[in-house]
Ligand binder design. Structure first.
Ligand SMILES: CC(=O)N[C@@H](CCC[C@H](N)C(=O)O)C(=O)O
Length: 376
């Protein structure tokens, strides 16, 4: 298999998934790999649990940026693979092991085959939360090495290997995390009239939240509210004093995000009245939409179509979120989907990307960056 060494790297990284800003082993692994590359033109700076790596060009007229996210998810892997996660309860279920590996593959090529322009590789922590992009952008390292344009990819389980998909303009949604805490009065299961049951309140709340997308968002617009986790109560015969809902809100515009948050607040206030309880809302991390630069995106799609064997799809927007959107608010660039043909999707315990996509992406990005670096 072409680029076989990178399949091994991917498998090593796959075994050590770590949550946002805890990517200690991952950073160590990346550093050890980078340190055995020719160091003549490389400059490496650690930043929290991430890294900035610069490949100095021969005669730079611009800096080309490439961003890979490096964190895993709190999911217990169920792939049964020989190289499955060694961190019980955690998994690279969003493909960040593949993203990092591809970045290493491209970086390796340019560390050995210098181009004119400077290249900066960002290994970014905490994409899944609480968000590493904004603090990384605020760092002195980013300010000193700020790229003139940036590229990133995300694996796409639904597309075959040999396929990429992207679009001009908005590719991914605005997101906001959502944490709602309900506080009532617990008590004996046999005396509900003496309590304020937060399991019942939480159940009504989850159901009422469903009306926001169907009744407050323009049917020609898009919105998502997903409650991914509910906690509350202690045992079957005690009425719960507290309950907590954890979820995410997704929209394609700031205005719709404001409308949805306003409705959430109104519904939560209604729950407080109906169930005589106290509620707090915390919006956690908010991610800006991924808004692809139209010219760079079109040029990349044309390049991939003409100069490689990749099938290029002009795809629809997705309600996924990515804090890479923050980078694109300051630096022109784009993100694209990379087909990895997995039967199970992103954030699934059985996600199993086809590793042939790694080599395909390394070749594509190497060719594209080489071409861009010829431009004067
Ligand atoms: C590509 C992808 O799956 N990204 C995550 C980003 C999470 C943002 C934040 N933690 C939230 O849930 O709002 C996604 O879930 O789309």
């Amino acid at each position: 298999m072409k680029h076989e060494q990178f399949v091994k790297i991917r498998r090593d990284l796959h075994q050590i998934p770590e949550l946002g800003f805890q990517e200690v082993k991952t950073q160590k692994y990346l550093l050890e790999y980078l340190q055995q590359l020719p160091q003549d033109f490389l400059e490496i700076k650690s930043w929290k649990t991430g890294l900035f790596v610069k490949v100095h060009g021969k005669n730079p007229s611009q800096t080309i940026g490439y961003r890979a996210d490096i964190d895993g998810l709190p999911i217990t892997e169920e792939t049964g693979l020989s190289f499955c996660s060694k961190h019980e309860g955690y998994m690279h279920a969003c493909g960040h092991d593949i993203h990092m590996t591809i970045a290493l593959g491209v970086l390796t090529h340019f560390a050995k085959n210098r181009v004119d322009d400077d290249l900066v590789f960002l290994f970014q922590p905490a994409e899944e939360g609480p968000g590493g992009a904004l603090p990384m952008m605020a760092s002195d390292e980013f300010k000193a090495w700020k790229p003139d344009f940036m590229v990133a990819l995300h694996i796409a389980p639904e597309y075959p290997v040999g396929t990429i998909a992207t679009r001009e303009g908005i590719l991914f949604a605005n997101t906001s995390e959502l944490f709602i805490d309900l506080h009532g009065k617990g008590g004996h299961a046999a005396f509900p009239h003496e309590t304020k049951d937060m399991i019942v309140a939480a159940s009504f709340l989850v159901t009422q939240l469903q009306s926001i997308v169907s009744r407050n968002v323009d049917p020609l617009d898009s919105g998502v509210i997903t409650i991914g986790k509910i906690t509350g109560g202690t045992v079957q015969n005690i009425i719960a004093e507290k309950a907590r809902l954890e979820g995410t809100i997704r929209t394609l515009s700031d205005d719709t995000m404001k409308i949805m948050k306003k409705r959430i607040e109104a519904i939560v206030a209604g729950i407080e009245t109906s169930f005589d309880c106290k509620a707090t809302i915390d919006y956690g991390a908010n991610y800006r939409q991924v808004d692809n630069d139209p010219t760079l995106t079109r040029e990349f799609m044309t390049f991939a179509e003409k100069e490689t064997n990749m099938k290029v799809i002009d795809c629809n927007k997705a309600m996924t979120g990515e804090d890479y959107g923050y980078f694109l608010s300051e630096v022109p660039g784009f993100m694209f989907w990379l087909g990895v043909a997995s039967e199970h999707g992103l954030h699934h315990a059985k996600l199993n990307p086809n590793e042939n996509a790694i080599g395909e992406a390394i070749d594509l990005l190497t060719a594209y960056i080489t071409e861009k670096s010829k431009e004067k």
